[in-house]
Design a binder for this molecule. Structure first.
Ligand code: NDP
Ligand code: KPL
Length: 316
C-alpha cells in the first residue's frame, strides 16, 4: 500500500458515524484533511457501503450552523488506504471493530483509541502488538439526533498520548494533525494518569446519574457527598498503588468541578439506560473493580454500582 508518509498529508480513517466520529469528520472536512469513514453495514448505510457512495452527514456546530458532509466510506476491514485509524466508538464496541480490522491493518498504521472507560489498550496490544497506538479522552459533547445528523453540544479538550510509540518523523506529523481535530489537545508522556482521572469522573458521575435518574448537577446535593468520597477513596488507593499521587480529596475536587461544569447534562450512561442501550459500565466501574482485585484492594462501592447498573440494563 502507498501511504502518504513521504508525500503529502496524512490520511485518516474514522470508525463509525457516531456523535464524536461525526464531529471529527467535520473538523477533517473544514481543515481539508483527507479522511474516510469505516462503517459496518446497517440498514441506514447499506447502499453507500455496498456501492462506495458518499455518506451524507449533517453536523450542527456549537453556534447552530449546519454543515453537510458527503463523506467517503468503506466497509470496515475492506480498505486500508489510510495512515491512522481513529476509533471514537463505545468501549464495548472496540473488540469487534479490532476484529474487523485484523485482516487488513498493516503494522505501520496507527490506532487511535478515543472513548470513555479503560481496558481497550490491552485489547489492542493483544490483537496488534506491533502497531503504534495512541490512547485518548475528550470532553467535547455531541449528540446523534438521527443516523445522519450530529449536533455539537459542548466544546471541551482532548488528552492524548502514545501507548505504543511510532519511532519515525511521521510521529510529529500525527501529533500535529490530531491536535487540530478536537482542540485544545494536551499531549501526555504518560497518558494513563489522564485516563485514570477521566475514569474517576465517569466512575462517579455516570452510574450515579443513571441509577438516580438525575442530571449531573444534582450530584452536588449533600446526600451524595459520602458515596462520592468513598468511590474516590477506592480509586485513589488503586492509583497510589500504581505510582500516582492523587489523593481522595484531589479526585473528589476533580469530580465536583465536572459536576458543576456539566450541571445541565444527562451523562452518557444516564442516556444509555433511558434508551435501553448497553452501557460502558464494564470498562468504567468494572475496570476499577478488576484493577482493585488484581492489587488485592477493596472496591466495594465500585462493585456495588456495577451490580446496580447491570440490573438496570437487564430490566430495561
Ligand atoms: N457523545 C459524547 O458527547 C461523548 C462521548 N464520549 C465517549 O466517546 C465514545 C463514542 O461515543 P459516541 O460518539 O457518543 O458514540 P455513538 O454511539 O454515537 O457512536 C458509535 C459509532 O460507532 C459505530 N460502531 C460501533 N461498532 C462498530 C464496528 N464494529 N464497526 C464499525 N462501526 C462501529 C456505530 O455504528 P452504527 O451506526 O453502525 O451503530 C456508531 O456510529 C464513547 O466512549 C463515549 O462514552 C466522550 C465524551 C463525550
Ligand atoms: C463528563 C461526563 C460525565 C459528562 O456528562 C461524561 O463524559 C459522560 O457523560 O460520559
Amino acid at each position: 500500500m502507498q501511504t502518504s508518509e513521504q508525500t503529502s498529508q496524512l490520511k485518516i480513517a474514522i470508525v463509525g458515524k457516531g456523535a464524536i466520529g461525526g464531529l471529527i469528520a467535520s473538523k477533517c472536512q473544514s481543515q481539508k484533511i483527507p479522511y474516510q469513514l469505516l462503517l459496518r453495514q446497517t440498514s441506514s448505510n447499506k447502499i453507500e457501503v455496498e456501492q462506495s457512495l458518499p455518506f451524507i452527514l449533517k453536523i450542527e456546530d456549537i453556534l447552530g450552523n449546519t454543515h453537510t458532509l458527503a463523506t467517503k466510506v468503506a466497509e470496515i476491514g475492506q480498505d486500508n488506504n489510510f495512515d491512522l485509524v481513529i476509533l471514537p466508538i463505545k468501549a464495548y464496541q472496540i473488540s469487534d471493530a479490532l476484529h474487523s480490522l485484523k485482516s487488513t491493518l498493516l503494522p505501520n498504521q496507527v490506532i487511535v483509541l478515543l472513548h470513555n472507560g479503560m481496558g481497550t489498550i490491552e485489547e489492542v496490544k493483544q490483537h496488534f502488538p506491533n502497531n503504534p497506538c495512541i490512547a485518548g479522552t475528550t470532553s467535547y459533547g455531541a449528540y446523534k439526533c438521527n443516523a445522519n445528523y450530529v449536533k455539537e453540544t459542548g466544546l471541551g479538550e482532548t488528552h492524548l498520548g502514545w501507548v505504543t510509540p511510532l519511532r519515525s518523523a511521521q510521529s510529529a506529523k500525527i501529533k500535529r494533525v490530531l491536535a487540530s481535530l478536537l482542540p485544545p489537545t494536551i499531549w501526555h508522556s504518560d497518558i494513563s494518569l489522564a485516563l485514570w482521572r477521566k475514569l474517576t469522573i465517569n466512575g462517579v458521575i455516570n452510574p450515579l446519574t443513571a441509577i438516580h435518574n438525575i442530571k449531573n448537577g444534582q450530584l452536588a446535593e449533600e446526600k451524595y457527598t459520602e458515596q462520592i468520597s468513598r468511590l474516590c477513596g477506592e480509586i485513589s488507593c488503586i492509583m497510589n498503588h500504581l505510582g500516582y499521587t492523587d489523593s481522595t480529596a484531589d479526585l473528589r475536587d476533580l469530580v465536583m468541578s465536572v459536576i458543576h461544569k456539566t450541571a445541565n447534562n444527562f451523562s452518557s450512561m444516564h442516556q444509555d439506560i433511558q434508551h435501553n442501550r448497553p452501557t460502558e459500565i464494564d470498562y468504567i466501574n468494572g475496570y476499577i473493580s478488576k484493577a482493585a482485585a488484581s492489587l488485592s484492594l477493596p472496591a466495594t462501592e465500585n462493585s456495588k454500582l456495577c451490580v446496580q447498573i447491570k440490573r438496570l440494563e437487564t430490566s430495561s
